[in-house]
Ligand binder design. Structure first.
Ligand code: GLN
Length: 202
């Protein structure tokens, strides 16, 4: 199996590190021909508006959307979660997403005073200690469609509880950045469970 990391903007290198830990071959994806070459894709953290714009400029926006519709496994962290959401609140005026997960996410949801924070979260299907979750101007999930599994939630400052890790079929997304830690269990879950399940369906 070969996993691509969309390498237009964002924390691409960190995802390579996590994938190396999982023992899978990984390549950077910028062009449609490189997308054709991978079985699964990671959308990194960064700036979702910039990543979407660059994807259009590189002619890879529509090909990614088509592969998602065709069942390619994709994991998105932070900006990547926004790019996988069908609907975005507080989006930039012309913001497009690849979509695929039937949720509404709110960009920069945790508010300015806590633009960045860390907390330990229990993530369903991940054994052992809670995951150290790093949130950087992170989105949360505000509405969730049927067929979307919530793997983890956190409480906001006002006490409201919001999903921060979700899965719908072959698509996985987290508001936080496991790639910025040395813990590769989320990537391993993606490679070993999400991708494997998609391969069986295909
Ligand atoms: N706020 C960013 C966005 O809207 C996401 C931040 C991140 O990926 N750390 O794309």
């Amino acid at each position: 199996m070969k996993v691509g990391v969309l390498a237009l903007q964002g924390d691409v290198r960190e995802h390579f590190g996590a994938l190396a830990d999982c023992g899978v071959e990984a390549i950077g994806v910028r062009r449609p021909s490189e997308l054709d070459d991978v079985d699964a894709l990671i959308l990194p953290g960064g700036e979702s508006t910039t990543i979407a714009q660059l994807a259009e400029i590189f002619g890879i926006f529509d090909p990614i959307q088509s592969r998602i519709k065709a069942g390619m496994p994709v994991y998105g962290s932070c900006a990547g979660m926004i790019l996988l959401a069908d609907r975005v609140l507080d989006a930039a005026a012309t913001q497009r997403t690849f979509g695929g997960i039937d949720v509404t996410v709110r960009r920069n949801a945790f508010g300015r005073q806590v633009d960045s924070f860390e907390t330990n979260v229990r993530v369903a299907h991940i054994e052992g200690d809670p995951i150290k979750a790093i949130f950087i101007r992170a989105p949360w999930v505000e509405e969730i469609g049927v067929g979307v599994e919530v793997l983890a939630s956190v409480s906001a400052a006002d006490g409201s509880v919001h999903p921060v890790a979700i899965r719908q079929g072959s698509l996985l997304a987290t508001s936080f950045h496991p790639e910025l830690t040395s813990d590769s269990r989320i990537h391993r879950y993606f490679v070993e469970e999400v991708c494997k399940a998609a391969a069986v369906i295909r």
